[in-house]
Design a protein around this ligand. Structure first.
Ligand SMILES: *[C@@H]1O[C@H](CO)[C@@H](O)[C@H](O)[C@H]1NC(C)=O
Length: 237
């Protein structure tokens, strides 16, 4: 299996260089909104960002150049505990690299169009492997999916938020990972006033090169049977 993967990966290289993942469409209650209608564009094109460098960069928030596009998207009005939100990939691409998808929220101090994502982030969605996992690419539940959507939990305070999706590609024959990530703008209505969502992390800083999720080696022999998720526990917990 690993030999054929190696050949497959080599054969794909020219194509991969211009065909990686963007998440330009916000999903809103099962409807794919227009490209960049609610999603902050970035200037990184189809390029992956690589560990470990990206883990210590401010670009790890909403991607390189996204600040230049902060006033272009609209802010989607949604209600905690009622509406479903998420992301849809560009064109009709599916996720063809193995690896987890995670979605985080970070509350803006005011208008999300003025917010750079330097505050606290909590995780609201994650999708990893089948359990148990046989260590193959086929065991990733994210495989070939074009969209990731979930119901907003009720336990989110009202306010404007950046919502950040991330796919971590683990297909390299070593422990370096490719990261694809992008942010949308949400205005969340809610009457929740309980405990502050957490645990929270910052971008950068919340992921470290030695995290088990980053260190996962999918080419190891025997194959791994567990794929740790990146980032903290999901909220609510
Ligand atoms: C691993 O699991 C996947 C998903 O069930 C399956 O498609 C694949 O054939 C399995 N591969 C091996 C080598 O067991």
């Amino acid at each position: 299996m690993h030999l054929s993967l190696a050949y497959g990966a080599l054969a794909l290289l020219p194509q991969l260089s211009h065909a990686h993942f963007l998440f330009p469409h916000l999903m809103l209650n099962g409807v794919k909104t227009e490209a960049y209608e609610y999603v902050r564009e970035h200037d990184n094109g189809f390029q992956p960002s690589f560990t470990p460098e990206i883990l210590s960069s401010d670009d790890f928030r909403c991607n390189k150049g996204s600040w230049n596009h902060r006033s272009q998207p609209k802010t989607a009005k949604v209600t905690a505990g009622k509406d479903s939100v998420g992301f849809h990939l560009h064109l009709d691409f599916g996720i063809y690299h193995p690896g987890p998808v995670t979605i985080y929220l970070s509350k803006a101090p005011g208008d999300v169009r003025d917010y750079d994502g330097s505050g606290d982030w909590f995780k609201v969605y994650q999708l990893g492997t089948m359990m148990p996992w046989n260590g193959t690419d086929q065991g990733w539940l994210t495989r070939d999916l074009k969209q990731f959507e979930f119901k907003l939990p009720s336990e989110i305070p009202a306010g404007q938020y950046l919502m950040r999706i991330e796919q971590m590609s683990i297909h390299q024959p070593y422990r370096q990972k490719e990261m694809y990530f992008q942010c949308a703008h949400l205005d969340i209505a809610s009457d929740y006033n309980g405990k502050t969502p957490g645990p929270t992390i910052k971008f950068p800083g919340g992921y470290q090169p030695n995290d088990p999720a980053i260190q996962l080696d999918s080419w190891a022999q025997p194959p791994p049977d567990f794929a740790p998720m990146p980032g903290p526990e999901q909220w609510p917990n």
